[in-house]
Write a protein that binds this ligand. Structure first.
Ligand SMILES: [Zn+2]
Length: 142
């Protein structure tokens, strides 16, 4: 049940905690964030690998520094699927990152921590983009 190594990939990235999605779902604030039509269209047309690059750039510039500029207000509420994902996953600023993911404030994020954050964002986008719930898919006639 609690196998934290199950999500570890070949480059030794930090695994996503199994409990993360349950914890986020229990937060009324985090759970209210969803992609709108424009976000979905953007995600669909550009594709997740491109969006992951955007996420990587945003994280490097706005979140990774030890003291990011305007920390706490650096992530807009809308305008890019990654911004929405950041608020939904507690990766929007260094306080939320410390609270939800345990990366201490005041220390620059290293490469592994940055790729963990990108992975959290992309996993959320994948989950959000899955329009048909898994249990419904299973019952469709083949
Ligand atoms: Zn925040």
């Amino acid at each position: 049940m609690n196998d934290i190594s199950s999500d570890r990939d070949s480059i030794g990235a930090i695994a996503l905690p199994d409990t993360l999605w349950d914890r986020l779902a229990r937060s009324e604030f985090r759970a209210k964030f969803h992609l709108n039509e424009k976000d979905r269209l953007y995600l669909e047309t550009r594709g997740l690998p491109v969006i992951a690059e955007h996420a990587s750039d945003f994280i490097a510039a706005r979140l990774a520094p030890a003291k990011p500029p305007r920390d706490g207000r650096q992530t807009p509420w809308r305008g890019h699927p990654v911004f929405v994902a950041q608020h939904a996953t507690g990766t929007c600023c260094r306080s939320c990152l410390a609270q939800w993911h345990g990366f201490p404030k005041g220390t620059a994020l290293d490469d592994r921590q940055q790729s963990y954050v990108v992975k959290v964002i992309c996993r959320w986008l994948e989950r959000e983009d899955a329009d048909v719930p898994v249990q419904t898919q299973a019952s469709l006639p083949l």
